[in-house]
Design a protein around this ligand. Structure first.
Ligand SMILES: Nc1ncnc2c1ncn2[C@@H]1O[C@H](COP(=O)(O)OP(=O)(O)OP(=O)(O)O)[C@@H](O)[C@H]1O
Ligand SMILES: [Mg+2]
Length: 342
């Protein structure tokens, strides 16, 4: 978690989000066209997180909880409604142009579908050369720079891959090319939005291990977005859980997955494919909770999870719970942990 007392560099902090908020306007239809009311999708509300050198932070949550929107805000692909993004302690707002390119050199994104993110008419050589040139990293020996990038993502020998088209590669190899392209910028931060969820289960681990190797060797700060909380335990140092646009729990991955505090995290673990693998923890039938994620246009008042929560109390319906510290490096935004409550 962010350490307000230490300077950004002394604590390895590279990128921080503070109170990040994104509301998308909803396009008006029918009778709404005549009214002045602007409806909004509250995709992300007041999200704060800290990415550090050589650390993986997982952002976990179900579909529509706002994970990709957080990544896009951190990548400065969207303007934010409120909040701050700080790179090395400096507040940054960039929209296009040279400053955006300078920002991208340090903060790179990897997407879920490597087939969609690589251009099918161009070879691996084209994609990587372009990345190296745009960011001024091609050096005097382009062939060597290309071979180094491919070796770094374990596509060896490089000459076997460099002139291939995306369709000539497997899904895992394509994602490795997408990662190599991101590394072409020589970044400090990788924002990986569900980087393995479209890959065959058998090769997911290989790609996660590659990312871990890059974290260790290049000291990258990695944001790992996933809906699979089991992989967060395996791969991430720290885990944040999002529900309906808000962070509801966070802490070191071992603690969050072994001793989940927020009822939503408990539900997520319960519905993970193999909960025993994550924790010896099981919910009773009564505690299982029901229902669907809420609308983000009219989200529930108070705690957004309250309509599904098996522990709901009166105040949950009206008062938004702040973050309560539960232990060292572990918090939950849930009234169950309010020690001041009568
Ligand atoms: N450009 C946009 N315009 C309007 N609404 C948007 C836009 N992008 C996302 N949303 C809405 O914001 C909410 C969060 O979307 P987001 O894609 O961030 O979720 P996610 O957690 O990444 O989901 P998934 O796991 O399915 O990828 C959703 O309700 C979505 O419909
Ligand atoms: Mg997403």
């Amino acid at each position: 978690m962010s350490d307000p007392s230490g300077s950004a560099s002394s604590t390895g902090v590279v990128l921080e989000a503070d109170g990040l908020t994104k509301h998308f306007p909803v396009r008006k239809r029918g009778r709404e066209l005549l009214s002045n009311v602007v409806r909004k999708v509250r995709a992300v509300d007041d999200v704060s997180l800290t990415l550090r050198r050589g650390r993986v932070t997982a952002l976990v949550g179900e579909s529509g909880s706002g994970k990709s929107t957080v990544a896009r805000l951190l990548a400065q692909l969207y303007p934010r409604t409120a909040g701050d993004v700080r790179l090395h302690g400096e507040s940054t707002t960039v929209r296009g142009g040279r400053r955006f390119r300078a920002y991208c050199r340090q903060v790179q994104m990897i997407f879920q579908d490597p087939f969609a993110s690589l251009n099918p008419v161009h070879t691996v050589r084209y994609h990587l050369t372009r990345a190296l040139r745009i960011h001024g990293n091609a050096g005097d020996d382009l062939e060597k720079a290309l071979a180094d990038l491919l070796t770094r993502v374990q596509l060896t020998p490089p000459e076997r891959y460099v002139d291939k088209f995306p369709h000539e590669l497997s899904g895992g190899q394509r994602q490795r090319v997408a990662i190599a392209r991101a590394l072409g910028a020589d970044p400090e931060v990788l924002l990986a939005d569900e980087p393995v969820s479209m890959l065959d289960v058998s090769i997911r681990l290989g790609v996660l291990n590659l990312l871990r190797d890059l974290k260790e060797r290049l000291h990258l700060a990695i944001l790992y977005i996933t809906h699979d909380i089991a992989s967060a335990r395996y791969f991430a140092d720290e885990t944040l859980v999002m529900y309906a646009g808000r962070v509801v729990e966070g802490g070191d991955s071992e603690t969050v997955t072994q001793r989940p505090a927020h009822p939503y995290t408990q539900l997520l673990i319960e519905s993970a494919p193999d909960p025993d693998q994550i924790a010896g923890y099981r919910l009773s039938e009564k505690d299982r909770g029901t229902g669907e994620p809420p609308s983000l246009i009219n989200p529930p008042a108070g705690c957004r999870f309250h309509p599904r929560c098996p522990h709901v109390m009166d105040r949950c319906r009206t008062e938004l719970p702040p973050r309560f510290d539960i232990g060292a490096d572990h918090f939950a935004a849930c009234w169950l942990y309010d020690r001041a409550a009568p």
